[in-house]
Design a protein around this ligand. Structure first.
Ligand code: ASC
Length: 553
């Protein structure tokens, strides 16, 4: 079947945490409408850019875009931005059941609220390997009071001005900010108003005794989160569209770009409500706990639980987060075995760097910048390919760093890093291993968590380790038996994460840190595979208005 959506994207004042701010909305909503479909459906989204002063693209996060790399929605990679006033039609197949996301992929627009969920059900008549009574979903985000334009200006200036920690955590687009913290004029209730119904907490109503499949997605711009429902255990059954061998947690760690399904049974005292909370982990929190209400029917949905909301685990305790990462395995009966060996081994050292006085992130000393001609167009459009050396840097970035000598525990020495728009070219249909290696930032005793997201693929997660990855010994410890497949994984502080994927989807695909500011600071790489097998480009990705027709075959 075809699922058709018509979206108008614009700036509007919203008060998701009681503080009034310009937010990007879709048809008046932030988060945007949930896309629902069955496996195998074609989703058509007609997007009109009514932002007036900026371009726009929308990325369908977790959808592999097999055969439609031009609809991946990544500015500078798969398309020109949709110019103001123009309408762009995304059309793609959702080929696997599961929980996915969508969000803007232009500048830092995601941070301004352009995000939502995609829920793909199993084909009619097919069942899933677990049972539940109801299907619910919640999207977790973080929220700044400053505009993304201010944030961007700071991140791209000399000296660097860091955006800091978000003011609120939102659960399904709702948070609560203590308005007394707003600087003068405090009397101006038009700016921050804690009685505004827009910032009353999200309430999820449950019927006592019933089991809920709760789909949880995170599209935070910075924060790593711990999510929990007071007095209730959660059984993890799905991650990024793949069934997980079930395991039970009290709190779920979730990183930007990840989705999980957990089963929760409403088996507690039904005479009261319970807090559902999100807390920041990995960074020293200065953002208050995000609150929602787990409402037992027929109690009033917004009646506060009688308890004090939990503040979550210790923010700097990496161990339980690593333990959760290790616990996620493919479900028996649903294991897709990885190729036993790999054809190419890429190790990416993640460092914070100074380049030309600007603060950046780099992979093997290369900080990613983008050409103005999208890579897909540059490499495929016959009228441009003869000019390739002018379009972007043709010398590939390095596959490895000097792992024998680099000290990941010390402040980054920052030598010789450069900003470049070069890409990795992968031989089609080969197997590629990527090991992400974390290190110390430019601040003493500090290593951050980075959620890495790959476009166009799911990868097998072969292992996580602490310290420095040793390419001679550590691959022997890879899990080749039941690794989960995902599209986003955390790289833990001072650790490494090993992935394997098949370069079997013709196109150009980003692989990047899903922290908005880090991506802006160059934390990503680009893969090309099978460009000669990409079909005739959809001309709507090239230019604006009727100039797109100039590229029609
Ligand atoms: O990229 C980052 O920059 C700041 C800080 O390192 C700048 O000093 C920070 O916390 C990041 O995650």
């Amino acid at each position: 079947a075809i699922r058709h959506y018509k979206w108008d994207v614009k700036y509007e004042y919203k008060s998701p945490d009681c503080f009034k701010k310009l937010s990007i909305t879709i048809n008046g909503m932030a988060p945007g409408p949930t896309i629902t479909a069955h496996q195998g459906d074609t989703v058509v989204v007609e997007v009109t850019n009514s932002l007036v002063t900026e371009g726009l693209t929308i990325h369908w996060h977790g959808i592999r875009q097999i055969g439609t790399p031009w609809f991946d929605g990544t500015e500078a990679v798969s398309q020109c931005p949709i110019v103001s006033g123009d309408t762009f039609v995304y059309k793609f197949v959702v080929d696997r059941a599961g929980t996915y996301l969508y969000h803007a992929h232009y500048g830092m627009q995601r941070e301004a609220g352009l995000n939502g969920m995609i829920i793909v059900s199993v084909p009619k008549g097919q069942s899933e390997p677990f049972v539940y009574d109801f299907d619910r979903s919640i999207l977790l985000t973080d929220w700044y009071h400053k505009s993304t334009h201010e944030a961007t200006a700071g991140l791209t200036s000399k000296p660097f001005v860091w955006i800091g920690e978000p003011q609120s955590l939102l659960i399904q687009g709702r948070g609560w900010y203590n308005c007394s913290l707003v600087n003068a004029p405090t009397s101006n209730t038009g700016v921050c108003n804690t009685t505004n119904p827009e910032c009353s907490p999200f309430s999820m109503t449950v019927v006592p005794g019933k089991t809920y499949r709760l789909r949880v997605g995170s599209l935070t711009s910075l924060a790593a989160l711990s999510f929990e429902i007071e007095e209730h255990n959660m059984t993890v059954v799905e991650a990024d569209g793949h069934y997980v061998e079930p395991f039970t947690v009290k709190n779920l760690f979730i990183y930007s770009g990840e989705t999980y399904s957990v089963l929760v049974t409403a088996n507690q005292d039904p005479s009261r409500n319970y807090w559902a909370t999100v807390n920041v982990v990995s960074r020293k929190p200065s953002t208050p706990t995000g609150l929602a209400i787990f409402n037992y029917y027929p109690n009033p949905p917004l009646r506060h639980p009688p308890t004090v909301p939990t503040t979550g685990p210790m923010w700097n305790d990496t161990e339980p987060r690593l333990a959760q990462s290790h616990a996620i395995k493919a479900r028996k009966g649903y294991i897709i075995p990885p190729p036993p060996t790999s054809d190419r081994h890429i190790i990416l050292l993640n460092t914070q760097n100074k380049i030309d006085g600007y603060t950046k992130w780099a992979l093997n000393n290369v900080s990613l910048t983008f050409p103005t001609t999208p890579y897909l167009v540059a490499l495929k459009e016959k009228r441009l390919t003869y000019k390739l050396p002018e379009l972007f840097d043709q010398t590939p970035p390095p596959d490895v760093y000097d792992w024998e000598h680099y000290d990941i525990h010390n402040i980054a020495p920052n030598v010789n890093a450069t900003s470049r728009n070069a890409i990795y070219r992968l031989d089609f249909n080969t197997t590629v291993d990527v090991v992400l290696q974390n290190a110390n930032t430019m601040n003493p005793n500090n290593s951050e968590t980075h959620p890495w997201h790959l476009h166009g693929h799911d990868f097998w997660v072969l292992g996580y380790g602490e310290g420095k990855f040793n390419p001679l010994n550590d691959p022997k410890k890879y899990n080749l038996v039941n690794p989960i497949m995902k599209n986003t994984v955390p790289l833990h502080p001072y650790g490494w994460t090993a992935l394997r994927f098949r370069a079997d989807n013709p196109g150009i695909w980003l692989f990047h840190c899903h922290i908005d500011s880090h991506f802006l600071m160059g934390m990503g790489v680009v893969f090309e595979e099978g460009i000669d097998k990409v079909g005739e480009l959809n001309s709507s990705i090239m230019g604006c208005g009727l100039t797109k027709n100039f590229f029609r075959p």
